[in-house]
Design a protein around this ligand. Structure first.
Ligand code: PLP
Length: 396
């Protein structure tokens, strides 16, 4: 008893299990960034003095580190303010550049709002968008994808892994279908990059959005990978100005952020295999323990998931009420952080066929680099108690 109490005293509460919303910055990332706020504060576009050269050199190195994480060439990385901007740039940029060739875009009903709302936006400007449904396990139906492609299709936009469920899409199969029909393939790889191997060449991806704050880097910096060969992909810029980032994204580069992103990408590459194994063991422990509560359902395909994520529906235990009960002790979420202010059922779970009641009784647990076994044990106990309490309050 004494030992258990001691272990609990060491826990930092609330225990954080919402790493798909954002991650803590790794202290090694912060250390790499700090000099670029003070001593090395130069503008990477200043060509006439050493302050500029130093900043440019640091950005060059970070670009190599970020490119290496996804198997790209450094020249194919366009730094942005995050993945929302990268998603916008990919979709609006393709629509703007190739408007004369077609106006049709195919995406998935379970995409992040940064993709879905961007598609809605361009629909108002004359695009036609097909929002493909998903199978009940969260994956795309490849036959439906193939038959949705038309001569006017410019782009297939399908995420690598879902932020709410962790479901990984059959990326190689998707890219093969797009390639066969000469359609550009964009993947929002925000949740996959740095967590599972992502290689734009092996995967056949033409455009990919990533962001630093989901991989223990700083917020407010991300990148769009833009394929340069086979095919060379061109984009209409969203921002005009000084012509930074090959004229695709003007604006003074966020040098400390980019340096941090580079360091975060390098650390993620280094730790990918060991962390993947550690986290999938902890996630399975958590999931299996919570499944013992009965009438608990895992949402999505258990064989094609990110190693650190589980999304569970607890029958007769509505998630907002559950979280209210334990949110001083455990930080999880009922869906994406961007839509967590709304009490609407998750569009992702609804698209997978869950009814409102089941969707509103779902919680996403996303473990991370700093999650410990003790924290997992504590969350099992807290969530178990919360579910039992709520079920006791309703007549089943
Ligand atoms: N795409 C996905 C799948 C995400 O999970 C997120 C983050 O919530 C984003 C895009 C947006 O990324 P950012 O916060 O860098 O704008």
């Amino acid at each position: 008893m004494f030992i258990i109490k001691r272990a609990l005293q060491m826990l930092q509460l609330p225990v954080y299990m919402d790493n798909n919303a954002t991650t803590a910055c790794d202290s090694r990332v912060v250390d790499a960034m700090l000099p670029f706020f003070t001593r090395h504060f130069g503008n990477a576009a200043s060509r006439s003095h050493a302050y500029g050269w130093e900043a440019e050199e640091a950005v060059k190195y970070a670009r190599e580190q970020v490119a290496a994480l996804i198997g790209a060439e450094p020249g194919e990385i366009i730094f942005t303010s995050g993945a929302t901007e990268a998603d916008n740039l990919a979709i609006k940029g393709i629509f703007g550049m190739y408007e004369s060739k077609g106006n049709h875009i195919i995406t998935l009903a379970t995409e992040h709002k940064a993709v879905l709302d961007t598609c809605k936006h361009i629909e108002r400007e004359g695009a036609t968008v097909t929002y493909l449904p998903v199978n009940s396990d969260g994956t795309v139906d490849l036959q439906q994808l193939e038959s949705a492609i038309k001569p006017t299709t410019l782009l297939v936009a399908i995420m690598y892994a879902n932020n709410e469920t962790g479901i990984i899409q059959p990326i190689k199969e998707i890219s093969a279908i797009a390639k066969k029909q000469g359609v550009i393939f964009f993947s929002d790889a925000v949740q996959a990059a740095g967590k599972i191997p992502v290689n734009v060449n092996a995967d056949g991806i033409d455009l990919a959005a990533i962001t630093a704050h989901k991989m223990y880097g700083p917020k407010g910096v991300g990148a769009l990978y833009v394929r340069r060969k086979n095919p060379r992909v061109r984009l209409a810029p969203l921002l005009d100005g000084g012509g930074h980032e090959k004229g695709i994204r003007s604006g003074t580069l966020n040098v400390p952020g980019i340096v941090g992103f580079g360091k975060a990408a390098a650390l993620a590459s280094e730790m990918l295999t060991t962390e993947g194994q550690r986290l999938s063991r902890l996630r399975d422990k958590l999931e299996n323990a919570l499944l013992q509560l009965a009438q608990v359902n895992v949402n999505g395909n258990r064989n094609s998931r990110l190693p650190h994520v589980t999304n569970l529906s607890f029958a007769h235990a509505e998630s907002e009420g559950l979280m209210m009960g334990f949110n001083k002790n455990v930080a999880v979420s009922s869906g994406s952080a961007c839509t967590s202010a709304s009490l609407e059922p998750s569009h992702v779970l609804k698209a997978m066929g869950l009814n409102d009641e089941a969707a509103l009784a779902s919680l996403r647990f996303s473990l991370g680099r700093f999650t410990t076994e003790e924290e997992v044990d504590y969350v099992i106990e807290q969530v178990g108690a919360g579910v039992r309490k709520m079920r006791g309050l309703v007549s089943i």
